[in-house]
Design a protein around this ligand. Structure first.
Ligand code: DGL
Length: 256
C-alpha cells in the first residue's frame, strides 16, 4: 500500500477488516510529502519511479495506491509499466451522487486532485445534473500528519482550510462531502464539528478493500510476522508514528 504519508492508513483499516490475514507493506513517500502542492509531472515521476523500485524489491501480488492525488494523476501510467494488479483510489463521486438529496456535493481533496481531468470524467459520468463544488485544501494533509504524531489540531487552522468551501454561494445546500484525499478521514471528528454534523461524508476506502478482496479471491494468505512500514524520509520522524502504525499492525519501521 502506497501513499505520500499516513493517509493510506484509512484504506489499510478497511483492508484489515476485509482481509485480516493479508500481509501488507505500507510505504509512505514522506520525502515527497505533500503531493497536493506538486505538479502533475513531479507526482507522476515519484509514483512511477518509487513503485517500480518497490515492485522489483518486494514482488507484491497486488499494489494499492492509497492516495487520490497519486491515483488521479498516475494510475494509468503505473498500470502501463508494471505487471502487477494495481488498485487506485479515486474520488467517491459515484456513491456521493447516489445519496445526496439536495443535489449539491462538495469535493474536498488536494489542489492537485480537484483539478484533474479524471475528476471531470467522474463528475460527468456519475454526477451529471448535480452541483459539484470542488475545493482544494492542501493544509488538511499537514494537519492530519501532525495529529497522528500526537499534535493538537487547531480549530482555526482547520477552519481556514475550509473557508472557501463554506463561503461558496451554494454551500448552504451542501449535504454530502466527498473526502477525496485519504488523509481526510483521519480528521473526521474535526470536520464533522466544522460542518455542524449536517453533512454526510463519503470516501472510497471500503470500496477499495472490496476490490482488493475480489482481485485476490481464493488466494491463500498468512501473516506469520508483524507487517512493515517504510518511509522515504527520516526514520526518527517516522518513529514518532510508531504508536499509531502499531494500531494498524505495522510494527517494523524501515527506510526505503
Ligand atoms: N493522501 C493523499 C491523497 O489521497 C495526498 C496527500 C498529499 O498531499 O501528499 O490525495
Amino acid at each position: 500500500m502506497f501513499d505520500s504519508g499516513v493517509g493510506g492508513l484509512t484504506v489499510l483499516a478497511e483492508v484489515r477488516k476485509a482481509l485480516p490475514d493479508a500481509p501488507v507493506i505500507y510505504a509512505a513517500d514522506i520525502a515527497g510529502l505533500p503531493y497536493g502542492t506538486k505538479t502533475e509531472a513531479e507526482v507522476a515521476a515519484r509514483v512511477c519511479g518509487l513503485l517500480g523500485r518497490m515492485a522489483e524489491r518486494w514482488h507484491p501480488r497486488l499494489i494499492c495506491i492509497a492516495c487520490n492525488t497519486a491515483s488521479t494523476i498516475a494510475l494509468a501510467m503505473v498500470r502501463d509499466v508494471l505487471e502487477v494488479p494495481i488498485v487506485g483510489t479515486v474520488p467517491a463521486i459515484k456513491p456521493a451522487a447516489a445519496i445526496t438529496k439536495t443535489g449539491v456535493i462538495g469535493l474536498l481533496g488536494t489542489e492537485a486532485t480537484v483539478r484533474q481531468g479524471y475528476v471531470d470524467r467522474l463528475a460527468s459520468e456519475f454526477a451529471a445534473g448535480k452541483t459539484l463544488i470542488r475545493h482544494g485544501a492542501n493544509g488538511l494533509v499537514t494537519l492530519a500528519e501532525a495529529k497522528l504524531r500526537g499534535e493538537i489540531v487547531a480549530p482555526d487552522a482547520l477552519a481556514a482550510e475550509l473557508d472557501g468551501l463554506l463561503r461558496h454561494p451554494q454551500a448552504k445546500d451542501l449535504d454530502t462531502l466527498v473526502l477525496a484525499c485519504t488523509h481526510f478521514p483521519l480528521l473526521e471528528l474535526e470536520l464533522s464539528a466544522a460542518f455542524g454534523g449536517r453533512t454526510a461524508f463519503v470516501d472510497g476506502a471500503a470500496g477499495i478493500a472490496r476490490r482488493i478482496a475480489h482481485l485476490t479471491k481464493g488466494q491463500p494468505f498468512a501473516r506469520p510476522s508483524p507487517d512493515r512500514a517504510v518511509t522515504t524520509g527520516d526514520l526518527v520522524d517516522f518513529e514518532r508514528l510508531s504508536p499509531v502504525l502499531g494500531q494498524y499492525g505495522l510494527e517494523e519501521l524501515e527506510i526505503f
